[in-house]
Design a protein around this ligand. Structure first.
Ligand code: PMP
Length: 416
């Protein structure tokens, strides 16, 4: 198997870090894997893999049920992870941390509970023109059910939100603003704090889709003062099938349960049920225990890498990729916001993104092609059949970007 020595060109000790990610050390289609699809999902360090392994080897048991020792240990680890997450996003208390399947489920939970009980005919919900389908379709559906209206903050050609008219969109009819913190297809970091401040002037609560934010920058829910925030474990070097919904306690208290069954109850008779306290009211059924514990290991990984290092390294990669792409010619970058995370969406002029993606895959380079679950943004706003997206994580290197650039030259030679 061919392997790479990828560290020489970067200040961050990326080689040492890469050793913690066994999946990176492999060939794909006869070439060393260059994994640049991190906005879709990140790879997992050994500490996370070991945490999952260790859970099943040593303490697998159901939580909050048995009095026996294994169940107590599993419950302790599960709740310790909740506390770790609380601290990580600086929530006020663990009642505000709900384990869900991912960002999608977090948003659906808010739409199905807060949304169904507070949105009525003629009311309005505001999102942006760059939402992932997960932060669009649940609100579209709710508005359809309730005969309410969905409004959009427009997006500029550069991929920034046009906020001039935002304040005028807010009224007593507005029941929620739900905004993506970092765009998965453009990389734009949106000024969510400013959006929250403006919405709160009109007593409108704000939900933040932080799926693409948490792995790149410190996210502090109390500083932001957001009312809800959701993110996914698998995008922050943790496992799939686990995510977090943060909600301010006063909102969560008033919301009805999302699903019904075991765990979310305090007492049940044949006639009626008394629901459990927060956060268990929203955690019906046996949860993803190993995932909930291992997301804690992912948080430890991020903390030990340090947000400053991580951000600096990724920004260096982004700047380097921009430079490389500019010198390539015949390439159009979609999303040139001033504040961006390490995502580059682009199209090679005259070449369909799917062709680019297929040829790159043959070279062992994993990128994403298509709408990136933001079809309205790519198709209606930018009038494109899709883009190619390279997204960089903490373990990527400049040499990998060189390989991407070489790959793109080959694509052009083959297709043009
Ligand atoms: N929002 C954004 C901005 C995303 O990038 C994603 C995942 N691509 C989601 C929501 C949905 O996350 P998940 O599929 O983990 O629920």
């Amino acid at each position: 198997m061919k392997t790479l020595n990828l560290h020489k060109d970067v200040s961050f000790d990326v080689q040492k870090l890469r050793e913690e990610f066994p999946i990176l050390n492999q060939s794909v289609n006869g070439n060393p894997l260059v994994y640049l699809d991190n906005a879709a999902t990140t790879q997992k360090p050994l500490s996370v893999i070991n945490s999952i392994d260790n859970y099943y080897r040593t303490i697998n048991s159901n939580v909050h049920r048995g009095l026996h020792t294994l169940s107590e240990r599993a419950t302790e680890a599960y709740e310790a992870s909740r506390e770790k997450i609380r601290d990580f996003i600086n929530a006020g208390n663990t009642n505000e941390i709900v384990f869900v399947r991912g960002t999608t489920e977090g948003i659906n939970l808010v739409a199905a509970t807060f949304g169904r009980t507070s949105v009525n005919e003629g009311d309005e919900i505001i999102v942006t023109g760059m939402e992932h389908h997960s932060n669009l379709v649940p609100w579209q559906n709710l508005c359809r059910e309730k005969n309410a209206n969905l409004k959009f903050i427009p997006v500029s050609d550069e991929g920034e939100l046009i906020l001039d008219g935002f304040e005028n969109m807010l009224s007593e009819r507005t029941k929620l603003v739900s905004v993506v913190y970092v765009s998965n297809s453009l990389g734009t970091i949106n000024p969510v704090k400013r959006i929250i401040e403006t919405a709160h002037k009109y007593n409108v609560p704000v939900m933040i889709d932080a799926a693409q934010a948490v792995s790149h920058m410190k996210t502090d829910v109390r500083d932001l003062d957001c009312d809800f925030l959701a993110f996914s474990g698998h995008k922050i070097y943790g496992p799939t099938g686990i995510g977090i919904l943060y909600g301010k306690e006063n909102f969560l208290e008033k919301m009805p349960p999302y699903q019904f069954g075991g765990e979310m109850i305090k007492s049940v008779s044949y006639e009626k049920t008394v629901y459990n306290e927060l956060p268990y009211k929203f955690e019906a059924g046996t949860p993803n225990i190993s995932g909930s514990i291992s997301i804690g290991a992912a948080i430890d990984f991020i903390k030990s890498s340090g947000y400053d290092n991580l951000y600096r390294h990724e920004q260096e990669l982004l700047a380097y990729a921009n430079e490389k792409f500019n010198s390539l010619g015949g390439i159009r970058i979609i999303g040139t916001a001033k504040e961006k995370t390490s995502v580059i969406s682009f199209v090679l002029e005259g070449i369909h993104p799917y062709d680019t993606g297929t040829i790159l895959d043959n070279l062992g380079i994993a990128v994403r092609t298509g709408f990136h679950c933001t079809q309205p943004l790519i198709e209606q706003r930018y009038k494109l059949p899709g883009t190619v997206r390279a997204s960089f994580a903490v373990y990527n290197t400049k040499q990998e970007i060189d390989m991407l650039a070489e790959g793109l030259k080959k694509v052009k030679n083959m297709m043009l």
